[in-house]
Design a binder for this molecule. Structure first.
Ligand code: BGO
Length: 712
């Protein structure tokens, strides 16, 4: 007689999911009833012989969760950890999936070898519920076998899969449930500490980490006895503070929320219930915002509204700041004794740094809008809606959240791609984030739209620019996915957290943080850049031009023309000499070298300089224009940069549009490049990417400029 393979399986599931029925259908008469060790909870055990295997089946008590509150939960968990069977069969009630999946998420966290028996499939069909099993299988990372214990459907298929899992013919141990970024980082950190110390062998370190963050008493007692506790406790305290700071909540609550968000996402993607509304307000809102037809237009409308708000509310505040800096300039100017010092302060610092600071309200409003979308739970819905679009470009909807973070700043956005578990998806997302228009580019758009377009269409132009960034980003992803980064996008659940009304305090907190960051950047990097730009725009100084100025001024003064004409001539002379001095300076000479390359885009050498200095930080484009144009102005006629640009003959609406497109798309700032290199690991792709973005920027600016010249 051939020796039989021994396989031990355990049935786990909610009460009334059909576990006992399945147990009976599998084991028939071969059953015995005992107790789980030390408790009065009954243990049903039976066996069957199938295809040369003796399969022992344990029917675990029906439970909703692995949180050890009830005796049933305690024994089930103890059993799964201390005497892990070869395969856990998670029995789900097919027509009640949402509730049943909570236990599934916890089995996923435990990383046991499990598969799902999607039971009562007869009832599912009767009720007209459609479950996309293949898709759900990929999202959960385990095999799903439809069964009906009552009608003996799918039992052989279930047993075949049990054998394959037990023999490790199919791998299912892939964690598919990740928590929100900050929390996930805490889980990973504690997991690493526990895994490295190897003191708790036999326990899954990730599961221990999650349980510790959930304040699980049993796990606390277990881990506290080990020396590793010193490090773990520190990490736990940090995680607690992080959850409090970021979400005004505790890790325990966030973990539960994220499990439900995962389930809600999986349900939305894979289960289609016929007819009728479900109960909660969240369901009602989701029915509208996740609607296949309405979802995308609603998202575009929401983003458009944020731009309108940024521009409409920001415009008067910006006007006040402009007045303030104008007043500071005109008050301080006459008090400064020396012409060079006066020029540094007025043309350099006030025109450059002040020129950037006036956009503070716009930046803060944009950030507040984006963090409102994030905190309210809408951003996750937007990602869900965009998921379908993203798939067409070879990416997953999960890439969308880092992309939207990129509207704020590329640096945290690039780091946020760490939540993507597919390396190729991660690299591709990193490469497209800089095309998402970051907050630093906003001053350029606000300046140019305010200078060249009526207020009623300014926000629409900005919205168009942002959309262009998304389109270029997505096409770049497609090109990368079809060429150098070929891979199938791995399916993950798009989590749908509950809707929440963000508190005023948290919105103000976000606004304050962003404002302080912007002020710090203005006071350090931008101030430094502005002083350098001032210096290279003033030196070397051409003393021959100074002499010519003195001679010609004398000629004008001594001429017999009227005083008014003398004044006009003197002003024209001053402007001409200043402009020639600027061209003689280091910045002027460098700009002249660049000019032939950017002339086809409608840019002169001054813009060329601004684009080069903008590599330090994109706001510096505005600072540079502020400083260069201010230096080039007559000292009696200091006006706002936007009116200088409006009256500059080399600047037109077409130039403004072309410049906005170029700033949107060309090489990211140095800080972003640095983070890209750190995350990608090599210079070559980053350098190639920079060359690519520069080329795309050039070509699209050229196209926009030529079309605008004809149409505007
Ligand atoms: C009663 N299909 C259908 N339609 N029903 C099933 C299936 C299936 O695949 N599997 C189980 N059921 P348990 P737990 C009942 O008992 O195995 C039914 O707690 C009734 N009883 O027949 O006990 C099963 O072990 C009177 O239904 O689950 C049972 O997990 C009227 O699901 C119930 C109607 O199964 C729970 C049903 C007096």
């Amino acid at each position: 007689m051939n020796a039989q393979h021994e396989i031990r399986i355990a049935l786990a599931g909610n009460p009334n999911c059909g576990k006992t029925s399945l147990f009976n259908a599998l084991t028939g008469a071969h059953q015995k009833v005992g107790n789980f060790s030390g408790v009065t909870v009954e243990k049903h055990e039976g066996y069957l012989d199938y295809k040369g295997n003796r399969i022992t089946v344990v029917d675990l008590p029906g439970i909703y969760s692995l949180t050890p509150y009830s005796p049933e939960e305690i024994v089930t968990r103890e059993y799964l950890i201390k005497e892990p069977p070869d395969v856990v069969v998670n029995v789900l009630e097919g027509s009640n999936l949402e509730r049943n999946l909570l236990l599934t998420t916890q089995l996923m966290e435990l990383e046991v070898d499990f598969l799902v028996a999607l039971n009562m499939i007869d009832e599912v069909e009767e009720k007209g519920i459609v479950i996309e099993i293949k898709q759900l299988q990929q999202l959960l990372g385990c095999h799903i076998i439809p069964t009906s214990a009552k009608k003996s459907i799918g039992l052989d298929a279930l047993l075949d899969h049990v054998i394959r899992v037990a023999r490790k013919d199919i791998t299912i141990r892939k964690n598919k449930l990740f928590f929100r970024p900050g929390l996930e980082a805490s889980v990973e950190k504690i997991t690493t500490i526990l895994a490295r110390q190897k003191e708790l062998d036999g326990f899954n370190p990730r599961w221990l980490a999650i349980k510790l963050l959930e304040n699980d008493r049993e796990v606390y007692l277990e881990v506290q006895h080990h020396p590793v506790w010193v490090k773990v406790e520190l990490a736990l305290q940090e995680a607690l503070k992080e959850a409090e700071r970021m979400h005004d909540s505790e890790p325990e609550i966030l973990i539960t929320e994220d499990r439900h968000a995962f389930i809600r996402g999986a349900m939305q993607e894979c289960v289609h219930q016929p007819g009728g509304l479900k109960a909660t307000p969240t369901d009602y809102i989701d029915m509208v915002v996740l609607n296949r037809i309405l979802g995308l237009p609603i998202f575009l409308l929401v983003v458009w509204a944020i731009f309108q708000l940024t521009f409409t509310l920001g415009a008067p505040l910006m006007g006040w700041l402009e007045l303030l800096f104008g007043f500071i300039g005109s008050t301080i100017g006459p008090l400064l004794p020396n012409e060079t010092l006066r020029s540094i302060v007025i043309d350099g610092i006030i025109a450059g740094v002040g020129g950037v600071l006036v956009f503070l309200p716009n930046i803060v409003l944009l950030f507040v809008g984006l963090s409102f979308l994030e905190a309210s739970g809408y951003m996750a819905r937007a990602a869900f809606v965009i998921d379908r679009v993203m798939h067409r470009f070879g990416l997953h909807g999960k890439s969308f959240i880092p992309m939207v973070t990129g509207f704020g700043c590329s640096i945290p956005a690039i780091m946020a791609t760490r939540t993507l578990k597919s390396r190729t998806d991660r690299l591709v997302t990193i490469m497209i984030i800089p095309f998402m228009s970051c907050g630093a580019k906003l001053p350029v758009y606000v300046l140019l739209t305010a200078a060249f377009f009526p207020p009623e269409i300014a926000a629409n132009i900005m919205f168009g620019i942002y959309l262009l960034g998304i389109v270029v980003g997505l096409w770049t992803a497609l090109i990368l996915k079809k060429t150098v980064m070929k891979s199938d996008s791995e399916p993950f659940v798009m989590e749908l957290p509950p809707y929440r009304w963000p508190t005023l305090a948290s919105v103000f907190f976000q606004a304050k943080i962003k404002a302080l960051m912007y002020l710090k950047k203005a006071g350090t990097l931008i101030l430094g850049a502005v002083i350098i730009i001032w210096a290279v725009s003033n030196y070397p100084h051409n003393s021959a031009l100074d002499r010519a100025y003195t001679t010609e001024s004398n000629v004008i003064a001594k001429s017999g023309i009227s005083e008014v004409s003398k004044k006009d001539l003197a002003k024209a002379l001053e402007l001409r000499i200043k402009s020639e001095q600027l061209e003689y300076s280091l910045a002027g000479r460098a700009g002249k070298v660049l000019e032939p390359m950017i002339k086809p885009l409608g840019f002169d050498w001054k813009i060329g300089i601004a684009l080069v200095t903008g590599l330090a930080a994109k706001e510096v484009v505005v600072s540079t224009l502020g400083t260069i144009y201010s230096i080039g102005q007559s000292k009696d006629a200091r006006v706002e940069l936007k009116s200088i640009l409006r009256h500059d003959p080399s600047f037109s609406r077409a130039t403004a549009l072309s410049l906005m497109v170029f700033v949107l798309l060309y090489i990211p700032c140095v800080a972003a490049i640095g983070v890209m290199k750190k995350e990608v690991g090599k210079w070559k792709p980053v350098v190639l990417y920079s060359a690519y973005s520069l080329s795309v920027a050039w070509v699209l600016s050229f196209v926009v400029y030529r079309i605008a010249l004809v149409m505007l």
